[in-house]
Design a binder for this molecule. Structure first.
Ligand SMILES: [Zn+2]
Ligand SMILES: [Zn+2]
Length: 165
């Protein structure tokens, strides 16, 4: 999605859903790669943030859901995390309450792939696994594809060999 349009959408959605203390809310961009969106609470002010790279890779629907997800955090307050109060707020705002964008989210997967330094493919399910850093466990071959390891036990067919991406 075009970032400028996404920014306008965020402001529009804040205007629509925030009925009290609207002047305390604002929008800004996130540039790190680890989070797709964030609700930042700063001394009673609420900043709804979107990851710039993610926004460019995502469809409008995904961006909209992420913005509403973060607005729900802002409305219920910082103490709630992803608890039932937050979930109820999400439903009220018309989105399915999921933790920050799911693994199935295509843009989220692309974003991880794009920023990864190491990649491994599971020989059993062919799922690609991405990593930023090369860890000791990787070097000693102690990392397995977790869905496959859960299903078939830890074995050489689901052991992951990481290579430079
Ligand atoms: Zn969240
Ligand atoms: Zn696997």
């Amino acid at each position: 999605m075009n970032p400028l349009e996404a920014q306008h959408l965020a402001i529009e959605l804040i205007d629509e859903h925030v009925t009290t203390d609207r002047p305390k809310w604002s929008f800004s961009w996130l540039t790190g790669v680890s989070q797709l969106g964030r609700c930042n609470y700063v001394h009673g002010y609420i900043v709804i943030q979107l990851n710039h790279r993610y926004t460019m890779l995502a469809e409008e629907k995904e961006v909209r859901d992420t913005i509403i997800h973060e607005i729900a955090h802002g409305l219920v307050g910082s103490g709630h995390g992803h608890d039932y109060v937050w979930k109820m707020k999400c439903r009220q705002l018309g989105i399915r309450p999921m933790r920050c964008a799911s693994h199935e989210d295509k843009a989220a997967v692309e974003l991880r792939a794009e920023s990864a330094n190491y990649v491994a493919e599971c020989a059993t399910c062919h799922k690609k696994h991405y990593a930023m850093k090369y860890t000791k466990n990787m070097r000693f071959g102690r990392v397995h594809c977790s869905p496959c390891a859960r299903r078939y036990g830890f074995n050489d067919n689901n052991k992951l060999t990481y290579n430079r991406a």
